[in-house]
Ligand binder design. Sequence first.
Ligand code: PNS
Length: 162
Amino acid sequence: MPTEKIAVIPGSFDPVTNGHLDIIERTASLFDKVYVCVLRNGAKKPLFTTEERMELIRRVTGRLPNVSVESFDGLLVNYARDKGAGFIVKGLRAVSDFEYEFQMALTNKSLNPEVETFFITTSRSYSYLSSSIVKEVARYGGDISDFVPAEIENDIIEKIGG
Ligand code: PNS
């Protein structure tokens, strides 16, 4: 087991929201090193390419020295093993998240018992937030400034409008 506490935060991040950023910041304050990982092999058809999603996350996490942004393709536990990470950190918004997250955590535990999944409860103000909701509001010209970091707001509006 590595002595350094290394965590992986996986996700689609299409795009990163204030809810994600809250989880990333809190994880960064608890662990020595944090890898934010953008899933490459997702079934969903993303709005942003993997590289664009990584760039947006890098822009909003640039001030966090122990956070790196990468992508992965394949099984999350294999990525965690390659990074020497003993922890997967996920944000839990509501009871509706729980069943799927629980299933993934147990699957990952079965695939690699040395990797622990930690759940962080999202801050109340972001408990309703998701990337899908952000895209929906932006698509109809709504104000997304409460939902995403200011540095990436225009990227989302332009991408959806273009
Ligand atoms: O942001 P999302 O879409 O909820 O993230 C889902 C993610 C990336 C965490 C999940 O799909 C994942 O871990 N995919 C990698 C494939 C894998 O390891 N599957 C086995 C565990 S379910």
